[in-house]
Design a protein around this ligand. Structure first.
Ligand SMILES: [Zn+2]
Length: 470
């Protein structure tokens, strides 16, 4: 049991409450936590001192440490339990996921929704004009400036529609204020609880001629997710079908304690390689992409209307396939990590575009969203399963030797073969990179200093050169 470094001074509750108010005024503390801690102490009758409060306040407060600290101060076990509970309740974080459901409107409702969409985007354009003229881009300021005029100019729209449109326009100017924004006539429009309600398998949406009850369909996965609290929803028209994109707050699963890390190297030739040596080849996908690119070039040259239509269709098809592949791969990787009680280590790819100098042919692949998308899918699936994710420094992962740490460009003999110039260790280049990533997570991750045995995959590092297939 760990004792606090400085024995805490016992303080009267009044003194603490005074201090609490003081800190609250200065915006230094989390009011609900202290509130809860004080309430807990009232229930149990235990004295509450600064240390226990401070410990509860720490977002990264470790359960054992908290327990040790509080118990060491002579608190009863029920207070400890309540404090534990507070920590859990106050730091429940959520993942935002978007659930897609398909609306099944009647023909009339279909034209109503289309008309509503057009009108809502018209008001967005109108608002964008006003915002640009006045150079006012923040939502609240813009609202103040234009709300009354907008209500007068668009009397057929509900007030909440105008509020949502203002938010959309303000959001569009967030990236930069150098160009005037305009909106696609059938671009998505936002709904919130005031203009949209749910009942069983129907959504009640505001349209130009009043509320419409529209049935929708979804899959089993979506059904589970829709049980959680629903946030803002977008109405989207895609391929002449209407969808609702519902954002839901899914509470995090409690993080599991991990015994090691599964390193994942994302790449071009191999979409993903794990430190276990599992390989998800991108050959098929890359061939399809190359074919799509050839076709795209040909169609772009042609430039006719039907060519453009086909181009659009192909693009959607391509991205659908890519999404599917990334879902499959991320699912398998997360399942492996879960089965073997490991966390997942990924390269921190922020800013990879500016840092990497890829060859001309590889640049397109590197800049495609699929790269980031795979990591995002791994991350959210892992979070839902309570598996920790560690983002490590991506520098030189392909040049560092996993066994001796020697880093040199020439270590990587060809794209596929890694051969260390210092110790002679040879391995598949991607597998070596994935293992380097896993080993970096050991250093970065908080579990390393707990004295747990951190062996990433049950292999002895000294003999790894013999065990690993090259
Ligand atoms: Zn080496």
């Amino acid at each position: 049991m760990r004792q606090p470094r400085h024995p805490p001074r016992a303080t009267s509750r009044r003194g603490l409450e005074h201090r609490e108010r003081h800190e609250l005024r200065r915006g230094r503390r989390r009011a609900p936590l202290l509130e809860a801690a004080i309430a807990a102490s009232r229930v149990t009758g235990d004295p509450l001192d600064r240390t226990s409060v401070r410990e509860v306040r720490r977002p990264d407060s470790d359960d054992d440490r908290l327990r040790g600290c509080v118990a060491g101060n002579g608190h009863s076990s029920s207070l400890i339990e309540i404090l534990d509970d507070i920590v859990l309740k106050c730091y429940v974080t959520t993942v935002k996921l978007v659930v897609q459901v398909k609306l099944q409107p009647s023909t009339e409702q279909m034209s109503l929704l289309t008309a509503t969409m057009r009108r809502a985007n018209e008001v967005c354009d109108w608002l964008s004009d006003k915002a640009w003229d006045a150079q006012v881009f923040r939502q609240f300021a813009l609202h103040k400036l234009v709300y009354c005029d907008a209500r007068a100019a668009f009397p057929d729209l509900s007030s909440q529609m105008i509020v949502r449109a203002t938010a959309k326009v303000a959001d569009a100017y967030k990236l930069d204020k150098k160009t005037k924004r305009s909106f696609r006539p059938l671009g998505s429009i936002a709904y919130d609880a005031r203009i949209l309600s749910w009942k069983n398998n129907t959504a009640n949406l505001w349209t130009l001629s009043g509320r419409q009850v529209i049935p929708f369909v979804y899959g089993e996965h979506q059904r589970v997710l829709l049980e959680y609290e629903r946030g803002e929803t977008n109405l989207v028209l895609r391929n002449s079908k209407f969808y609702l994109f519902v954002s839901v707050d899914v509470p995090d699963t409690e993080k599991k304690t991990v015994l090691g890390w599964l390193g994942v190297d994302v790449g071009i030739v191999n979409i993903a390689t794990t430190s276990d040596g599992d390989n998800f080849s991108g050959t098929h996908l890359n061939n399809l992409r190359a074919r799509a690119n050839r076709l795209r070039r040909r169609l772009q040259k042609k430039g006719t209307k039907s060519a453009k239509r086909l181009l659009h269709k192909r693009r959607i098809k391509e991205s659908r396939f890519s999404t599917h592949v990334n879902h499959c791969i991320s699912k398998q990787i997360v399942a492996t990590a879960e089965r073997t009680s490991r966390g997942i280590a990924l390269e921190n790819l922020d800013g990879i575009r500016s840092r990497t100098r890829a060859s001309r042919s590889q640049r397109r692949v590197l800049h495609s969203w699929a790269f980031n998308d795979l990591q995002a899918k791994i991350s959210y699936k892992a979070t839902r399963a309570g598996i920790p994710i560690c983002h490590v420094d991506p520098r030189n992962t392909s040049r560092e030797c996993r066994v001796c740490g020697h880093t040199e460009k020439a270590n990587r003999k060809t794209r596929d073969v890694f051969a260390c110039l210092s110790c002679g260790h040879t391995a598949d280049a991607d597998v070596n990179a994935a293992r380097v990533i896993a080993s970096r997570a050991h250093v970065v991750a908080p579990y390393a200093d707990r004295g747990e045995v951190v062996v990433s995959h049950g292999l002895d590092l000294q003999n790894s050169a013999i065990l690993w297939r090259s």
